[in-house]
Design a protein around this ligand. Structure first.
Ligand SMILES: *Cc1c(COP(=O)(O)O)cnc(C)c1O
Length: 410
């Protein structure tokens, strides 16, 4: 495989046109769209208009006239087809961490006798921290069970109150079989909350068809919503009625503008809302979601696997003798939309790459991650990236970054 072959793949790529939907910096190879997505072409002016016109001129009238009031639900309805949900099952609200709390606390509170709360080892840290906090708050003697991914199914028992699972692992990009695990959980009566942070916009999801009842995820990674953009929560239509919120704010009230004295829960997905939505952040999220308009997730998946397979092939050819070990599944069916490598000098290599205008990221321990984002990534980008890594390794230029202090975010 040569660069010219990659160029030919780009020329023939049915998804090449979506790159135009984004404002991308020149000369930058961006492999961190799994941490912070790029700016959709119309987003800056749309957000600016919300600020200067809707807010600046319209002021309080914006809630009705600019439809700020329904933005969280409209964004949820726009996201629904991307994750295999239907209208009225998704709302954008708060952050992923907060939505994990809201879903898990409500489900744990509901289970009277079951005591085990299951999650996988090597999960994203916030998921475990939130569960610890809920266990402490409820004071019902729940116990956190942290088991390796391969043992989740065998750990499910009639004493399991809840499973909190992440569909695609943030370090390795390993993907669970969501349909099968959801079925296993159901067979022993265990509600499962799926964390979709590395899935929505990255891989096809069929939440309805897979009988998923509860899910959360962020919009600032593959969905390109902008830094800290509002997260989404999903509750299936069939699970909605039995779900009672634990944070009972006025935006989840059955009659919000009745200003009643007591709380009555809404009967819609509004019950996952709490307070006044973050309108500016929602504008970003909405633009990001709309960047998937008329794009099938199957075509995204197809290109994603072609890009990641190319990455693996080139890396094996040119990098394996430099100490790079593939951390992501070789089996395409188990691979999300990123490629990770173990390398003892991963941090220094990451810094050396950034100095060359290639942006991956580094995650402890020893993991170099490369996000694969088919809406704007080209085959030549993968070729150039591996070429620059090979150059850094051969010239030894990564050594200059060896002693650089590790910053909080890379
Ligand atoms: C990014 C990520 C989060 C982030 O949660 P925030 O509340 O948005 O900070 C949670 N879970 C997983 C699996 C993630 O990858």
């Amino acid at each position: 495989m040569e660069r010219i072959d990659c160029k030919a793949l780009d020329d023939a790529c049915p998804l090449a046109w979506t790159r135009e939907r984004f404002d991308l910096p020149d000369d930058l190879l961006y492999f961190d769209g799994n941490s912070l997505g790029v700016l959709p072409a119309g987003a800056a002016s749309d957000i600016a208009q919300t600020v200067t016109e809707e807010w600046g001129q319209g002021l309080i009238r914006g809630w009705l006239e600019a439809d700020w009031f329904t933005l969280a639900r409209r964004a949820g309805d726009a996201l629904a087809p991307i994750i295999g949900a239907t209208e009225g099952e998704v709302v954008l609200t708060d952050s992923t961490s907060v939505n994990i709390f809201k879903l898990c606390a409500a489900l744990m509170k509901r289970s009277a006798t079951r005591k085990h709360v299951l999650m996988e080892k090597d999960n994203f840290p916030t998921d475990g921290y939130i569960l610890e906090g809920i266990i402490d708050l409820l004071g019902r003697g729940h116990e956190l069970q942290i088991v390796p991914r391969a043992e989740i199914e065998s750990a499910l028992t009639k004493n399991t109150a809840l499973a909190l699972l992440t569909h695609v692992n943030y370090r390795t990009g390993e993907m669970f079989d969501m349909a099968e695990l959801t079925r296993s959980c159901r067979s022993v009566g265990v509600p499962v909350v799926w964390d979709l942070c590395h899935s929505a916009g990255a891989v096809p999801l069929q939440l309805n068809d897979w009988d998923v009842d509860y899910a959360v995820g962020c919009t600032y990674k593959f969905l390109n919503g902008g830094p800290g953009s509002t997260s989404y929560a999903y509750i299936s239509r069939s699970a909605l009625e039995g779900f009672s919120p634990v944070i009972t704010g006025w935006f989840s009230h059955a009659n919000q503008f009745g200003f009643e004295e007591g709380y009555r829960e809404a009967d819609s997905i509004n019950k996952m809302q709490v307070g006044t939505p973050q309108v500016l952040s929602l504008r970003g999220a909405f633009n990001g979601i709309m960047s998937y308009t008329n794009v099938s997730m199957e075509s995204v998946r197809d290109k994603s696997l072609k890009l990641s397979s190319l990455f693996i092939e080139l890396a094996e050819e040119r990098l394996s003798h430099h100490g790079f070990d593939l951390a992501s599944p070789r089996d395409a069916k188990k691979r999300g939309s990123q490629i990770s490598f173990y390398h003892d000098e991963g941090y220094a290599i990451c810094q050396a790459l950034i100095a060359r205008n290639v942006i991956p990221d580094y995650r402890e321990p020893r993991i170099l991650r490369f996000g694969i984002t088919p809406l704007y990534m080209r085959y030549v980008d993968v070729w150039d990236c591996v070429d620059i890594i090979a150059d850094i390794m051969e010239a030894g230029s990564w050594r200059a970054f060896r002693s650089s202090p590790k910053s909080a975010v890379t």
